[in-house]
Design a protein around this ligand. Structure first.
Ligand SMILES: C[S@@+](CC[C@H](N)C(=O)[O-])C[C@H]1O[C@@H](n2cnc3c(N)ncnc32)[C@H](O)[C@@H]1O
Length: 496
């Protein structure tokens, strides 16, 4: 059925700021169809009236529309910055106890629990007196999951197994967080777009709001920054997800940089002396929202490179592979993984290339390197020049610290598809880590050439949606170039 989505979009935007365009519009469409059928409404007008008068139904719709992708110790470097640098500074300067921390948009709880575990590891029992963590989300269903503290293996893909063993107990096929960490978080319903914050939601020293802003437009982001500014103590700190930070320099907070990490400060007390942050807004106007639809530069006929899909999705009762790819892109990894497993279980049929590639990407993210490698070998057996396959091989080697091998794979990608800027980026990063400054400079220069000529340059990947926002990559490449060139000049002078 063709639906007039506009009133629903407006209702939801006004309530919680979600912008339902592109992929999100498909999600809205699906949620509305399902609700109309489930509730036996005559039509959409009928359902709209119901929504206006039944808060529970409205909550349920919101819950169907939020993207709750999260996992423990997501962006571990940022959590290390929090425990090793920011917290000691706050404790040294701030006499008020406990220090107050907010995880805004906490989803099913992995983020605030990671903070609690990280603090427990350093401060042990003292943690109770020193810190108080609140965590809020607009999605009430996900909050009740957070309070339960029961998680599947997927939530642990970035967590040290030793910590997992220390803080979780097996329960059926899942794992439950120990009570002492579970009870240390105060979960509360929180709508960042609401005109008034819930009572008591103020006086914070540090706010985490990671991977939330991508669902909002610039006005809502700015309004939320102002709200954070109001509820932070003087000299408070705001951390966004690292790929979002640069695009959210909205003039409310000061953006600072510390050892390659960016965050926002209120006041001056915690400005790191070495901060090299520069205003991002002039370089980066587009939002970092997930890019929709990709054409491949290097493969004008994608279908020619995919093994024939002898079993149609309809026959398997599976959604088309493109929708599974969208799920991966939207961060719905668990759901995508289940569907891909069903594809892989079909006997005596050639497996589509996209299935192998998407599955190996998910496995890599779970650090299941060996399993991912097996699938990637199948891909390259089928198509030795698969750009996605070669690049994932490189990442597999890089994430296991086999840097020379990683460089070899990334170089192969750049021969196969010279415009594949993610491969140049990973190559540059790997050279830089190895101290091969001249080679790193060359690779960063290629990225600059590709991305400054065309901000929307396709990345040459056919199936795997890498989470690399173009604007941020260009910015980081510029910065590394500057530093590397300074290093090179210094060493030239030294030799001279
Ligand atoms: C992708 S999750 C991020 C979870 C976690 N912060 C992380 O980085 O892993 C985004 C969360 O933001 C929440 N959210 C979306 N709009 C919101 C709003 N207006 N107020 C509060 N939370 C919101 C969603 O419900 C979802 O759980």
């Amino acid at each position: 059925m063709s639906l007039d989505l506009a009133p629903f979009k407006a209702l939801i935007y006004n309530h919680c700021g979600l912008v339902l365009e592109g992929i999100a519009e498909d999600r809205l469409n699906k949620a509305l169809n399902q609700a109309v059928i489930r509730l036996g409404c005559r039509d959409l007008n009928d359902y709209f009236r119901l929504l206006e008068n039944t808060p529970e139904q409205f909550e349920q719709l919101i819950s169907a529309l939020t993207v709750n992708e999260t996992y423990f110790f997501r962006e571990p470097d940022q959590i290390a910055l929090f425990t090793n640098q920011l917290i000691p500074r706050l404790l040294a300067r701030q006499s008020r106890r406990p220090l107050r921390i907010l995880s805004a948009g906490c989803s099913s709880g992995e983020e605030p629990y990671s903070l609690a575990m990280a603090l427990d590891t350093v401060y042990g029992e003292q943690r109770r007196q020193l810190f108080k963590i609140d965590a809020g989300d607009v999605d009430r269903q996900v909050l009740s999951k957070a309070r339960q503290g029961i998680y599947s293996a997927f939530s642990f893909r970035s967590m040290d197994p030793v910590l997992q063993q220390r803080y979780f107990r097996p329960i059926q096929r899942n794992y439950q967080l120990v009570d002492e960490i579970r009870q240390s978080i105060n979960f509360l319903p929180l709508n960042l777009k609401a005109p008034l914050p819930p009572q008591g939601l103020e006086g914070y020293d540090l706010i985490f709001c990671r991977n939330v802003s991508i669902y909002f437009d610039p006005e809502t982001r700015q309004m939320i920054h102002r709200r954070f500014h109001d509820v932070l103590n003087e000299n408070g700190i705001l951390l966004l997800g690292s790929s979002e930070t640069l695009g959210n320099d909205l003039g409310v907070f000061e953006l600072v940089e510390e050892h390659g990490h960016y965050y926002f400060i209120k006041g001056e007390a915690y400005r790191p002396p070495s901060s090299q942050a520069v205003s991002w807004s002039s370089l980066h106007s587009a939002s970092t929202a997930v890019q929709l639809g990709k054409e491949s530069l290097c493969d004008p006929e994608p279908s020619a490179r995919v093994a024939p899909d002898a079993v149609t999705p309809a026959l398997l009762n599976l959604p088309p592979l493109d929708s599974i790819r969208q799920l991966v892109q939207e961060g719905e990894r668990e759901k995508a993984s289940e569907l891909l497993d069903r594809h892989l279980r079909v006997q005596n049929q050639p497996v589509a290339m996209g299935v192998l590639l998407l599955k190996s990407w998910l496995l890599l993210n779970q650090r299941a390197f060996h399993d991912a490698d097996g699938l990637l070998d199948q891909v390259l057996h089928e198509d030795p020049w698969s750009v996605d396959g070669l690049l994932l091989k490189g990442l597999n080697a890089k994430w296991q610290n086999r840097l020379q091998e990683a460089c070899d794979w990334f170089r192969k990608v750049t021969y196969t598809c010279p415009e594949c800027w993610p491969a140049h980026y990973y190559l540059a990063e790997t050279y830089r880590i190895q101290g091969h400054d001249a080679a790193a400079i060359k690779a960063y220069q290629v990225i600059r050439r590709i991305l400054s000529n065309d901000k929307h340059a396709a990345d040459g990947m056919l199936w795997v949606p890498l989470p690399l926002p173009r604007g941020d990559i260009l910015f980081l490449s510029e910065r590394h170039l500057l530093k590397l060139k300074q290093n090179t000049q210094l060493s030239d002078k030294g030799e001279g």
